[in-house]
Design a protein around this ligand. Structure first.
Ligand code: ADP
Length: 193
């Protein structure tokens, strides 16, 4: 299986590039942000809990996220692979993902870090908030999310480097150009379909 972690700050383009990867390589997509937003929309207990954290720009507790992730992963049948978008976001989540995959005879094939300068992230997220009305894409919450990214999520860069799975992708440029760089990395691992 081709198990890809797509990584980057909020607004780095993980969702957009994930859709393209899914289409080209025929793998499944887990976007934890999308899963949580669907729960909020459906008014579930999980959704109610998640909404409080998301509105504050905070992360949902690891234990909850790890359970959600395993159940979505196990719902895929005859999967060729999975792209993890928005997970892991903490070292504890990365360790849990490693264990979960190992228990299933799998491992992360590659971690793609989409790097985008902070000023550009702000511009993109404020625009996304205006276009989509996403409640957490307002200036105050974006600043909190970027702080959370730096303190809790960015340490994963070194973690994945030490696992030998880290690949840097320049996240500035055209969507096509960035996608081409991503495909180059995936194809190096024999991911070509
Ligand atoms: P973005 O990448 O733009 O921050 P996402 O849609 O991936 O947006 O996530 C939106 C929010 O959902 C996050 O700010 C966080 O509160 C919550 N969330 C998503 N994934 C996780 C995760 N793996 N762990 C904890 N919280 C998460």
């Amino acid at each position: 299986m081709l198990n890809i972690v797509i990584f980057g700050a909020p607004g780095s383009g993980k969702g957009t590039q994930s859709e393209r990867i899914v289409e080209k390589y025929g793998i499944n997509h887990i976007s934890t942000g999308d899963v949580l937003r669907a729960e909020i929309k459906n008014g579930t207990e999980l959704g109610k809990t998640a909404k409080d954290y998301i509105d504050q720009g905070q992360l949902i507790p690891d234990s909850l996220m790890i359970d959600i992730l395993a159940s979505v992963f196990d719902s895929f049948e005859d999967s060729k692979g999975v792209i993890f978008d928005g997970f892991p976001r903490t070292i504890a989540q990365a360790e849990a993902l490693k264990v979960m995959l190992k228990e299933r005879g799998q491992e992360v094939s590659v971690m793609l870090d989409l790097e985008v300068p902070e000023a550009e992230l702000m511009v993109r997220l404020i625009k996304r908030g205006k276009d989509s009305g996403r409640a957490d894409d307002n200036e105050e919450t974006i600043k909190k999310r970027l702080n959370v990214y730096h303190s809790q999520t960015a340490p994963l860069i070194d973690w994945y480097k030490s696992e030998g799975q880290y690949r840097h992708i320049k996240g500035l440029g055209t969507m096509e150009g960035i996608f081409a760089d991503i495909c180059t990395e995936i194809d190096k691992m024999g991911g070509k379909q």
